[in-house]
Design a binder for this molecule. Structure first.
Ligand SMILES: [Zn+2]
Ligand SMILES: [Zn+2]
Length: 334
């Protein structure tokens, strides 16, 4: 089968590898669509998260069950599935309480074991969720990032008269906008790329701006920071009203300076978010299946698996208008 493997910073190679086989509790999945995530860009640019190289990248996917192990009871060939790509120790206090996202050893497929930028992938049955028939698989590939947004919005604890600020109009920021829209009075989005303004407006933003507002009258009750830079984190602390809440949903590439007195003087409340819980994934499937959340406008490109490296180049070039790239593995060649 073909797979896109990470060899080191900015080094992704398309290779032919043996098709994986499944053990008793495992399932062989033919990948339909696989999304390139912001965390994949951190791997690409900085070599973060990956425990050994070379490794097949990717943790966001939809696919079709091709084979099941003898001990698999809940899935059969032909079922449509998405993954719960979290890999945890299974034994700590948080894993035992089903708070897997808090496991100190949390990793993801595509980082600590083979991922989904391949024609096939094998996962334990427990790490798969069924997608109802009729849901288009390209939409189902966005279940995982939608779960990230659901987890962030859950932490934000929004109320109807509030104003929400979203920093970053990438996939997580825009999915946060879609999920939060029914629950708040006003949503403002900040992004430095004007090409994304129209999309953010179309998805329900009341205002889209390029720079952080300086006027205190434009401060907001809640900020979801989905860009993950020092400047945007500092900006989020300035943008919040006294007593405001910050939800951190962007990943940082190292330590960044902040002005802590902004937190003290305004008595801000800060929530970290790490991925999602199983319930967020289940909710994401039902929101996409019911049509309550339409993820289609976020999918800016569908590329072949062979073009994976080109997809990473596009996502790391500041001038290219791109939101979510899906890779569609070509038909099996073996
Ligand atoms: Zn992701
Ligand atoms: Zn654990």
């Amino acid at each position: 089968m073909l797979a896109a493997r990470y060899y080191g910073i900015k080094d992704i190679r398309i290779e032919k590898l043996p098709k994986p086989t499944c053990n008793s509790k495992e399932v062989l999945i033919k990948v339909a669509y696989a999304g390139i995530c912001g965390s994949d860009l951190h791997i690409y640019r900085k070599g973060m998260f990956v425990s050994s190289v070379p490794e097949i990248m990717g943790h966001e996917f939809s696919g079709v069950v091709e084979e099941v192990g003898a001990g698999v009871t809940g899935l059969q060939p032909g079922d449509h599935v998405v993954g719960d790509p979290r890999v945890s120790c299974g034994d700590c206090r948080w894993c035992r309480q089903e708070k897997v996202n808090l496991c100190p050893d949390l990793g993801f497929i595509g980082e600590v074991c083979p991922g989904c930028f391949a024609e096939y992938l094998v996962l334990n049955e427990e790490r798969l969720l069924k997608v109802p028939p009729g849901v288009e698989l390209f939409k189902a590939a966005l279940v995982e990032p939608l779960a990230v947004a659901l987890h962030a919005v859950g932490k934000a604890n929004l109320s109807p008269l509030e104003a929400l600020g979203i920093i970053g109009a990438g996939p997580v920021g825009l999915l946060t906008l879609l999920v939060a829209r029914p629950f708040v009075k006003q949503i403002l989005v900040i992004d430095r790329v004007p090409a994304r303004f129209e999309l953010a407006r179309r998805l329900g933003a009341d205002r889209v701006i390029q720079m952080l507002p300086k006027n205190p009258s434009e401060q907001v009750d809640v900020v979801v920071e989905a860009a993950g830079t020092g400047a945007t984190l500092r900006g989020a602390l300035k943008w919040l009203k006294p007593g405001g809440r910050l939800v951190m949903a962007g990943l940082y590439e190292g330590s960044v300076p902040v002005e802590p007195n902004d937190i003290l003087e305004k008595e801000l409340k800060i929530d970290g978010t790490n991925a999602y819980e199983r319930l967020d994934l289940e909710k994401a499937i039902s929101l996409i299946a019911s049509g309550q959340v339409d993820v289609r406008p976020l999918i800016s490109h569908i590329l072949t698996l062979e073009s994976a490296a080109e997809g990473f180049l596009m996502l790391t070039s500041p001038d290219i208008d791109v939101v979510k790239i899906l890779l569609a593995p070509a038909p099996a060649v073996d």
